[in-house]
Ligand binder design. Structure first.
Ligand code: 6PG
Length: 262
């Protein structure tokens, strides 16, 4: 049975405004974590959507760069394709080109999923990485930043794949038949343990799936993003207007919308 969650959604007029809102959200989460615990551990997604936000974080002319506690930030991935870090499909490569190559984040604080390895080896090694960084037991990220595919997947939790049912392991190799590929992914229990969990989603092609995930019947086998029900009871959506088109419009452009998932 899923747990009740209050979904707060912030809607920005354009993809550029969304990227700025996401950059601000990440910096605030990192600064709050450092203020509370002296370190910020954030898990990021790949794909296309986060690129704009990563570039803004790396831009010394933007307010985000100076506010990010780079020296106390540890970066992790939510998932990775099973390819080398130099491959065009690598989430690490995208992040490195958009941000890592331009910021003073120590290499030892960048925890890459080793997509070049055998999938199960990579998954097991990443579990060891999480244990080394978080200690034994459930890793609790300060922020887990997710995307959503138009098929309702998030991380590499794709519809009708084995990883959807994993409740014990923290990281698994997931065979994605529909893409004829393997992926490495955090499992839903780890994502749901995040102190803050947010989706950043843009584009009109995502409006239908956002509606189905948050307003449609509960069917996580077909819409795995419905597995994301944070233990904190809170979930944030950072959306552009196009992606938010099938959600109830917030009271005003500056207000947040709220959905109660029971
Ligand atoms: C990946 C991501 C994946 C992504 C969604 C949305 O490895 O591709 O982690 O979960 O967030 O597929 O991707 P876009 O942002 O490109 O639409």
């Amino acid at each position: 049975m899923s747990r009740a969650v209050s979904v707060t959604y912030l809607v920005r007029s354009t993809a550029e405004a969304l990227a700025a809102a996401a950059a601000g959200f990440v910096v605030e989460a990192a600064a709050a974590a450092v203020a509370s615990r002296g370190v910020a551990r954030i898990a990021i997604s790949g794909g296309n959507t986060p690129k704009g936000m990563f570039s803004l974080l790396a831009d010394r002319g933007q307010p985000f760069f100076a506010k990010m506690p780079w020296d106390k930030l540890h970066l992790f991935w939510v998932d990775e394709r099973c390819v080398p870090p130099t491959d065009k499909d690598s989430n690490y490569r995208m992040t490195n080109e958009a941000m890592l190559a331009h910021v003073p984040l120590p290499a030892a604080q960048v925890h890459r999923m080793e997509g070049e390895l055998e999938p199960e080896v990579a998954a097991t090694r990443y579990e060891a990485t999480l244990e080394a960084e978080f200690g034994p037991g459930m890793p609790v990220f300060d922020l887990v930043l997710l995307g959503m595919g138009d098929d309702g997947h998030t991380a590499s939790l794709f519809p009708h794949t084995a990883a959807l049912h994993e409740v014990k392991r923290h990281v698994v190799a997931n065979h994605v038949l529909q893409k004829e590929t393997w992926r490495i992914t955090l499992t839903a229990p780890v994502i749901n343990s995040g102190r803050a969990v947010a989706f950043e989603i843009q584009g009109e092609d995502k409006a239908p799936v956002i509606h189905d995930v948050f307003l449609g019947p509960y069917d996580p086998e077909s819409k795995p993003s419905q597995l994301i029900r944070p233990e904190s009871g809170a979930l944030t959506l950072l959306l552009d207007q196009a992606a938010a088109a099938k959600l109830p419009a917030p009271a005003s452009s500056s207000a947040a919308g709220v959905l109660e998932l029971i």
